[in-house]
Design a protein around this ligand. Structure first.
Ligand code: ZN
Length: 276
């Protein structure tokens, strides 16, 4: 599933491709459930003629700010991806939404597993209001991070995955950050000492920044993997220290990496560096 670095990469690629400032002539929705709200009819009516003023990211959402005052949130979930194509180029299988733009181009939404969602709204707080802070914001300090974690008595992994606590983290980057900080994913948050919290804060920011620099993590070659705009793969797989590296030596201590299940999520740890 695309996480903060992957979604950030998509947003940057959309900017680089010149999507900001383009006008949407009309929309076409093939798989109706992709549009979570409003109805497909209203969605198409409200988006037609609007200009895309800006493209940003909040948590794992791609956010299109429209000249009409509406905001479009795109959540890629498992396998969603965007393509910017000319009208003439053949459509990929599983293309579910097409925004027909000016200058003979289309923004296409492709999603083999169909879990991704688009929402168009004039009250964006309904979507973003309950989300936790952005971990890479300059204003987000170690003290803020500690406040978000200490107040709970929950295992670290599910706590970090909770978008209401901190925005943007998913399975890959949580495993990487916990390993970086030397903390076990099942450790209870209220037992983590100040220096450990500081290490986790630094670890979270470090692995996210590394992911962005490498333009995201693409793990395999399947159609369901992460691809940025127009099919470009991320290079962060080589930057992963534990995620999907079961049996490989820990880069710190050479103990083989282990896989375990934590809250039904596949989890990767070094059993020597990360003890409960
Ligand atoms: Zn180790």
């Amino acid at each position: 599933m695309p996480e903060l670095p992957e979604v950030e990469t998509v947003v940057r690629d959309l900017h680089a491709a010149g999507l900001a400032g383009r006008t949407i002539d009309h929309a076409e929705v093939g798989w109706h459930r992709t549009v979570g709200q409003p109805s497909v009819t209203l969605f198409c009516r409200r988006i037609a003629g609007a200009r895309i003023d800006d493209i940003t990211r909040r948590a794992k959402y791609i956010v299109l700010s429209l000249s009409s005052g509406d905001t479009v949130f795109i959540h890629l979930r498992m396998t969603g991806r965007l393509e910017l194509s000319t009208n003439a180029s053949p459509r990929s299988p599983h293309t579910h939404v097409v925004l027909h733009l000016d200058q003979g181009e289309q923004l296409r939404y492709v999603d083999p597993r169909k879990f991704g969602r688009w929402v168009l709204t004039d009250t964006p707080d309904d979507i973003t209001g309950a989300l936790g802070p952005e971990p890479l914001d300059a204003a987000f300090k170690a003290s803020h991070f500690a406040e978000r974690i200490e107040g709970h008595r929950r295992m670290l992994k599910p706590l970090l995955l909770d978008q209401h606590v901190i925005a943007g983290l998913g399975n890959i980057y949580v495993d990487e950050a916990l390993w970086d900080a030397g903390l076990h994913p099942c450790r209870l948050s209220n037992t983590v000492a100040k220096d450990e919290l500081n290490a986790l804060y630094r670890g979270v920011r470090k692995v996210l920044r590394r992911g962005i620099r490498a333009m995201g993590t693409s793990l395999g070659n399947a159609d369901t993997n992460f691809y940025s705009v127009s099919g470009r793969r991320g290079r962060n797989k080589d930057g992963l220290r534990v995620f999907r590296r079961t049996g490989d030596p820990c880069p710190k201590c050479k103990t083989p990496i282990q896989r375990l299940m934590v809250g039904q999520r596949s989890t990767h740890i070094c059993p020597t560096c990360q003890v409960v």
